[in-house]
Design a protein around this ligand. Structure first.
Ligand code: NI
Length: 184
């Protein structure tokens, strides 16, 4: 089922989410719905607050980006439950990001190149993994969401001023995109 995506200005996007427990109802169904919602909106990641939930869950799927140069993306359809980034290392680099909750805005965001993350998968099996490069970036973007942080929080004051009126419009419910949304 495709869920509406919550847009900038909705307070749920600023909530620090909480861990789920093993009796969480219909976890697999929620994760399937999150993937379906993400594909429909043509994203590579989606976090629970973006579908209105204050739960520590996000999904990514980089497999559509797999090619000869990046065969590793093929296996990167994953759900992250109760995730904690335990290490951030490596160089800082900037790369353009966007967000399904902030449609029409793309900005360069500085992030560290390597992370270690502990999480449960959709079957609540624990994992500890290290990611680098673009994958580490996508995971950090989604991880920010479960901490109530948005990518525009990482941009300069000048860049932020330049997008201020677009953000104000979103907060007022004026948003133009091809998927179903919910505004504040
Ligand atoms: Ni996002």
């Amino acid at each position: 089922m495709i869920l509406p995506i919550y847009i900038y200005g909705h307070p749920v996007l600023r909530k620090v989410t909480t861990d789920i427990n093993s009796s969480y109802p219909n976890l697999k169904e929620l994760i399937d719905n999150m993937f379906e919602t993400m594909y429909n909106a043509e994203g590579v990641g989606l976090a629970a607050p973006q579908v209105g939930l204050e739960d520590r869950i996000f999904v990514i799927d980089l497999s559509p980006l797999a090619d000869e140069d990046h065969p590793e993306f093929k296996d990167l359809k994953k759900a992250f439950v109760n995730a904690r980034i335990t290490k951030r290392t490596g160089e800082m680099s900037s790369y353009e990001e966007g967000c399904l909750s902030i449609p029409g805005i793309n900005e360069n965001v500085p992030r560290q190149d390597e992370i270690e993350i502990e999480y449960l998968d959709e079957y609540l099996e624990p994992h500890t993994e290290t990611y680098t490069g673009f994958t580490a970036r996508v995971i950090q973007h989604e991880y920010d969401h479960i901490e109530g942080i948005l990518f525009i929080d990482h941009i300069s004051a000048i860049r932020k001023r330049l997008i201020k009126s677009k953000l104000a419009n979103m907060t007022k419910g004026k948003v133009n995109c091809h998927y179903r949304v919910r505004t504040a």
